[in-house]
Design a protein around this ligand. Structure first.
Ligand SMILES: [Cu+2]
Length: 158
């Protein structure tokens, strides 16, 4: 947590404009554009998301796209069935791009955000989330190199 804050402070000092228009605020508490964390048990459905590598050397999510309805609360049951560490983070396209830059600069950075989970091989995690606003969002793995290897997909809220 301390190193995260330090990393963010360093970035803020270096590129203040990159953050001025973004949604990246300390702690991510409360409502984001994509919605907010909800209490486990309040979901109306569960979606399974798998994180893995392919034999061709790509890194992928299964499914590759996610669709939700504005206002619904969903449990994302996320499992890393691959051989590498992976993460699942969902946010606005702009915030994912911002976060990706930060991860490339500080690969050791760990985030403690409600809209993200980082999983070791074989590990399972979950996010219970209320999708508040309609829009086109994105989910991705921002461990350096993984986005480029294929780990990103469109997340629509209708
Ligand atoms: Cu990954």
């Amino acid at each position: 947590m301390k190193s995260t804050l330090l990393a963010m402070t360093m970035i803020l000092a270096a590129t203040p404009m990159a953050f001025a228009a973004g949604t990246h605020k300390g702690g991510h508490d409360g409502m984001m554009d994509i919605g907010q964390a909800a209490e486990a048990g309040t979901e109306t459905r569960t979606i399974q998301v798998k994180l893995m590598e392919t034999e061709e050397g790509d890194m992928v999510f299964e499914p590759r796209v996610l669709d939700f309805k504005a206002g619904e609360t969903v449990r994302l049951a996320i499992e890393n069935v691959g051989e590498n560490e992976h993460e699942f983070v969902m946010d606005t396209v702009a915030a994912v791009a911002e976060h990706k830059e930060l991860m490339n600069e500080f690969p050791e950075m760990e985030h403690d955000d409600p809209n993200a989970v980082r999983l070791a091989p074989g590990e399972k995690g979950e996010i219970v989330w209320t999708f508040a606003n309609a829009g086109s969002f994105q989910f991705a793995c921002l461990i350096p190199g993984h986005y480029e290897a294929g780990m990103h997909g469109a997340l629509s809220v209708n």
